[in-house]
Ligand binder design. Structure first.
Ligand code: MEV
Length: 405
């Protein structure tokens, strides 16, 4: 949130009219009336046509604000764009519980994007590796001559790794990884350009043939971790005591740790928090989806992106670790007025900070789902909101609609 922000704890926010909500967000974040108006209106057709080909119109999604988030000691309002009902209420509710333990803490684990250069037809892999390692600095320097450059922004290629993919002699290949600091950009264009720039030299040094040259969406060198520690008593729900809810949430975490079928659904709930923030801020959510799921399978078996435990004081402790691929500059992040305003609502973060915020939202979303699932079940809350949509749908076409289970 911007410097003018006071608190993300806005009591009764959901009861306000959308007009009053906008006024409140304007007051809290310092968005000017003009920025608020542009955010509400979204991109004009003319602007949309400038972004992409074959446009016929824009598509509206709700832009909603999750409240109550406290992340690294700072109150933050979270803009989220998603069609699914109850996601924002769930995130806000979990963030309110997290406040009882001081909110979320986050850390940046690494901040490098991977670009891959594939080299085929290498006859002497050992000699090829040796040649590449000897030319490490030269290759990194060459990568840094690619356009658009990252060094004016403090970024650039920082290093190189060499991998050999053995495929039983049938199409074995070498893969060179460029490790690139993209600063606040997602970096796809710059990293792809670096891969293309170094590929001919790498092919020559290895006496091979350059194949694909593209960034990897498994961004395991650009990761954020979020943690939360919640006193058990605040978790009480309906007829379930706080200690029971804590143990049931931990049990649900174990289920996801043991079973890929459950882990996929567990992680879908996590992406309910991740994607809407990416969409609201004009980011490529497919890149992050692909990266998160590949990361979830990094140990050879698909597992959960967030897990839960208890500490020796009986608190519920959760951790989420996510690879992040996003930017706060470039793409449409600043060109789309709603995305630009959403970034301002978030306090104008850099890419690493946005990655950390998203890890906290992911953890909140997961807690909300597991708390509901392990107590009254997900449908009661969902259905209250779905019934409203179903009523709207039947008013539209005079018939009932199938509802998601
Ligand atoms: C629904 O959109 C998400 C959940 O299925 C997540 C989960 O099961 O953990 C409720």
């Amino acid at each position: 949130m911007s410097d003018t922000a006071k608190s993300s704890r806005i009591s009764g926010f959901h009861r306000l009219s959308s007009e009053d909500r906008r006024a409140r967000i304007g007051e809290l974040t310092g968005l000017s009336p003009q920025e608020m108006a542009e955010m509400t209106q979204g991109a004009t057709l003319e602007r949309l046509e400038a972004f992409a080909e074959n446009v016929i119109c824009g598509l509206q999604l709700h832009l909603r604000i999750a409240t109550n988030f406290r992340i690294d000691g700072e109150d933050i309002l979270i803009p989220m764009a998603v069609e699914e009902t109850s996601v924002i209420a769930a995130a806000s509710n979990a963030a309110r519980l997290a406040r009882a333990g001081g909110g979320f803490t986050t850390e940046l684990l690494e901040d490098l994007v991977i670009g891959q250069v594939e080299i085929l037809d290498i006859s002497d892999p050992a000699a090829a590796r040796q040649a590449l390692e000897a030319a490490h600095d030269e290759i990194v320097a060459l990568a840094n001559t690619a356009e658009p450059p990252l060094h004016p922004f403090g970024g650039g290629c920082r290093g190189m790794d060499v991998r050999w993919l053995a495929m039983n002699g049938l199409g074995d290949r070498m893969v060179v990884h460029l490790l690139v600091d993209c600063v606040d950009a997602m970096g796809a264009n710059s990293v792809n350009a670096m891969c293309e720039r170094v590929a001919p030299v790498v092919a020559e040094l290895t006496d091979g043939r350059a194949g694909l040259r593209i960034l990897s969406n498994l961004a395991d060198h650009r990761r954020a971790r979020a943690r939360v520690c919640i006193p058990a008593e605040v978790l009480a729900f309906g007829r379930w005591s706080g200690a029971e809810v804590r143990d049931q949430v931990i049990g649900a975490s174990r289920f996801a740790e043991a079973d890929a079928y459950r882990a996929a659904t567990h992680n879908k709930g996590i992406m309910n928090g991740v994607d809407p923030v990416l969409i609201a801020t004009g980011n490529d959510w497919r890149a992050m989806e692909a990266g998160c799921h590949a990361f979830a399978a990094r140990q050879g078996r698909y597992g959960p992106l967030a897990t839960w435990d208890r500490d020796d004081r009986g608190n519920l402790v959760g951790t989420a670790e996510l690879p992040f691929q996003l930017g706060t500059v470039g793409g449409v992040t600043r060109l789309h007025p709603t995305a630009a305003a959403s970034l301002k609502v978030l306090g104008s973060p850099g890419a690493a900070r946005l990655g950390r915020i998203i890890a906290a939202v992911a953890l909140a979303q997961n807690l909300a789902a597991l708390r509901a699932l392990s107590t009254e079940g997900i449908n009661k809350g969902h259905m209250r909101l779905h019934e409203r949509n179903a009523a709207l749908a039947s008013q539209d076409d005079g018939g009932p609609r199938e509802q998601r289970p």
